[in-house]
Ligand binder design. Structure first.
Ligand SMILES: [Zn+2]
Length: 405
């Protein structure tokens, strides 16, 4: 192992963390390095840590990925990414916070590899985690992925039934700031990231709605953490939300003139090619964070019942989308085709009106400016809050008479 680490001393030692006192709370991780051993088909994944941690790893197929979880660990500094730096079997990788108190490294593989061994090597005040990978056949890899998946399902918390809102309770709006943690979402030319923008706008909308006082507001995330698409839906359904609003911002490089907000509802067939692309991009969030591909995920509920409930829900969702688009139009930053639909996974609740708002494009200079400035965010938040209030208050009776489960 030592030989492996010292094979490229410049690349590894050059980025050692400075000495830091042993923290009682989270373990600090700094830098992820992939180290190839010349003349061998093994690869080392090297992470510098403030002390030893519990390491778990598993593999996933479609596409082939290796996921390494570090318990009770946070990465110092900005989340690291190595998307464009292929090393041996690794086509790209990303690392960052997965759940509160757990960090994750996801390796996208261009050929199957498995973990051969895991070692901790003392390096003065630090501990260096060295994970050695070995080549495997696709059969062996797929077999391991199947075992890992079985274990994940066995430990899965079942989706609970919706809890009806108590009589007289204010209707609940659930705001869902997209992405978070290991998944930054879209990015702008100067490193602006979608996950931060949508969280900031969501907070402003909440403030507006709470100031009004006629609805209750909850957010699927209030900080920089990863939440799967399924968990976002479950969060809102379990609380019997009157409306679920997922907030995003897109980026289309090479198409800088595409601008303005769009409001999406669910459909099996996308309204246009760009809408299909947007849904595909947003649906990739779970895969990027090292979760199962959507096809492999058990929905955990009876899809036929869901289909029966869906039609009415869709009509309400479309009504909400129209109101939001009209309200944003007054502030003048609407996409030329603002009402669109596609197969967004986060909009699949059968019994809860759900919309997804792409607030604008980080690839368009004016949109970016509006999304990065307090005044632009306020304007968007005001428009959205007014439309959400209008929808929820005026459609309250219709929503509350719907069967809940
Ligand atoms: Zn997004």
């Amino acid at each position: 192992m030592i030989l492996l680490v010292f094979a490229f001393p410049g690349a590894v030692i050059g980025q050692m963390a400075p000495p830091r006192p042993a923290a009682a709370e989270s373990v600090q991780a700094r830098g992820v390095h992939l180290v190839e051993e010349p003349g061998s088909d093994t690869l080392g994944v090297v992470v510098d840590l403030s002390r030893e941690v519990t390491v778990r790893h598993e593999v996933l197929v479609e596409p082939n990925r290796l996921v390494i979880d570090l318990e009770n660990t946070v990465f110092a500094g900005a989340p690291a990414q190595g998307s464009n730096r292929a090393v041996g079997p690794v086509a790209g990788w990303r690392a960052g916070l997965f759940l509160l108190g757990r960090s994750r490294i996801v390796l996208d593989l261009n050929r199957p590899v498995l973990v051969q061994r895991t070692d901790f090597v003392r390096q003065g005040p630090h501990t260096r985690l060295v994970i050695q990978l070995r080549s495997a056949s696709q059969d062996e890899f797929a077999g391991r992925a199947q075992e890992d998946q079985k274990r994940r399902f066995a430990s899965r918390v079942p989706e609970g039934p919706s809890v009806p809102r108590p009589a007289g309770a204010k209707p609940l709006v659930v705001l869902d700031p997209g992405h978070g943690g290991i998944d930054p979402g879209a990015s702008g030319p100067k490193g602006e990231v979608e996950k931060e923008i949508v969280l900031a706008v969501a907070r402003l909308i909440r403030k507006q709605l709470e100031a009004d006082g006629r609805v209750e507001v909850q957010m699927t995330r209030e900080d920089d953490r990863f939440i799967s698409l399924g968990e976002r839906v479950v969060f809102a359904r379990n609380r019997s939300a009157a409306l679920f609003v997922s907030l995003h911002a897109d980026s289309l490089f090479g198409e800088a003139d595409v601008r303005g907000a769009s409001v999406y509802t669910l459909s099996d067939r996308a309204s246009d090619a760009a809408a299909a692309r947007a849904a595909e991009k947003e649906n990739r969030a779970d895969v990027a964070a090292g979760l199962d591909a959507p096809e492999a995920q058990r929905e955990g509920v009876d899809d036929i019942l869901f289909d029966l409930a869906r039609r009415e829900t869709r009509l309400f969702s479309q009504l909400a989308a129209r109101g939001v688009a009209q309200s944003i139009q007054r502030s003048g930053r609407l996409h030329k085709t603002p009402l669109r639909s596609a197969g967004f996974r986060v909009l699949r609740a059968p019994d809860m009106p759900s919309i997804l708002v792409e607030l604008g494009y980080l690839s368009n200079p004016e949109d970016l400016q509006a999304l990065m400035q307090e005044a632009g965010r306020q304007k968007l938040a005001q428009g959205l809050a007014a439309a959400l209030l209008d929808f929820v208050l005026n459609n309250r009776i219709a929503i509350s008479t719907k069967p809940l489960e």
